[in-house]
Design a binder for this molecule. Sequence first.
Ligand SMILES: Cc1cc2nc3c(=O)[nH]c(=O)nc-3n(C[C@H](O)[C@H](O)[C@H](O)COP(=O)(O)OP(=O)(O)OC[C@H]3O[C@@H](n4cnc5c(N)ncnc54)[C@H](O)[C@@H]3O)c2cc1C
Length: 454
Amino acid sequence: MTAKPFTVLVIGGGIGGLALGQALVRAGVNVEIYERNQDTRSWESGYRLNVNQTGSRSLYHCLPRPLWEAFVATSVDSGAGLAFRTEHLEDLATIGRAVMTGGATGPASQHYAVSRPVLRTLLLAGMDGIVRYGRAFQRYERQADGKVTAFFADGSTATGDVLVGADGANSLVRQQYLPGAPRLETDAVAVAGRLPLNPVTLAWLPDPIATGMNCVLPPTGSFLFTSAFDGKRRMSGAIRRGHDLAAAGLDPDVLLDEVSDYVLWAFITHRRHYPANSSALDGAELKLLVDRMIRDWHPALRRVVADTDPATVGTLRFKRSTTGYGWTTTPVTLIGDAVHNMPPVMGLGANIALRDAAELSAALAAAHRGDIGLVPAIAQYETRMREYGFGAVREATRYTGLAISGNRLARHGMRGWLRLCQALPPAKRKTFGPVQWDIADRHQHQAGAPGVHM
Ligand SMILES: Cc1cc2nc3c(=O)[nH]c(=O)nc-3n(C[C@H](O)[C@H](O)[C@H](O)COP(=O)(O)OP(=O)(O)OC[C@H]3O[C@@H](n4cnc5c(N)ncnc54)[C@H](O)[C@@H]3O)c2cc1C
């Protein structure tokens, strides 16, 4: 098959869209990214992200080496792992690095925590001219010659051979392309905030809260997640050790400005425990509501909430995508939250968006080389994505249901299972080991690409 050059239009310069853009540039595919934000500073900063093994492997696949190395240097590793604890901070199970990674040792097989603005800065490096800002997508039209034209709010248009909706959970591309697949409400509501990590808080924070990730499971009805993020300390260390961020086109001072050290906490429970107007409550009112619900918990957990600056506290009603449907492949496709948005309880959404970027870019690179037609390449990606992407939505939704369930017996069983996992390493490995995936097998022969196995 002879390769015919083609152009990919990506709507949305978020995590998935930018990673896809990086990978397509590496593969020599023409790509244009259209982002509604006006410039690099316009995104909401948001919380840190946990990048799991799937996300690491995907980033390794998508990024040029200097950027990948900058990602590792500027991230916080998962040394302390993830612990499940009771509301009195008693251990239920601790999931260390070796379990989470299945014993894999290479940097592309590890878990990392990364500041969102830093990840965005990395993903934007070298993308001048490819990312077009201030271009809010409104709709698309498919042309008689097979091309697709995107229409933007400023009256401009862009025409390409493939249109990728990477425009997040409220995707307008999805709403036009798959109108029968709306986002659905769940019953879960989260209140989240950030407590700074500084000498004052480090003096009283228990070690597990100050250093790692914790899932606190009381006997019924709710769930508290905490995650320590010492991004600034870590990044300063990398810079002191002489890591050459400039080699990746990055300014260390700009990156340092974008991170701070804090403990992120998120308290999740059923919406019936909040007043109907909870989205209108301010940070101080939300903190009081949470405090009432954790009144008999360990004092340090209560203090984490009490000492948090109300300005950092907000609420989020969890939603999820419709799953379990298919469609006929065309040159219009979707990645990330645009197609499989899920409750953030397991920290999967960005990782799956990164996997989409790796999978779709590998398929499009194969079409670019002439190994496969363009639409069959997209079909290959979509078939796989529906399986792992919708699977992740179902898993995150199921776990959210368990987290907010008022069924004491079920929670008792869950806590018992965690204790058993702690006592029986094989059960722990089976329950918490990494998800297997095989993009490495499929794409390791890809010319010029490193593969994603390490
Ligand atoms: C509180 C919270 C914590 C989370 N923690 C984690 C975690 O630890 N790990 C994890 O894996 N996931 C986490 N997630 C989920 C993760 O944030 C998302 O799954 C991820 O951002 C999805 O990436 P995306 O590229 O699909 O969409 P986004 O990152 O949302 O990007 C969409 C982009 O499209 C742009 N856009 C939207 N509409 C238009 C338009 N009409 N025209 C042009 N551009 C448009 C937006 O401005 C944005 O830049 C969390 C989510 C939340 C809410």
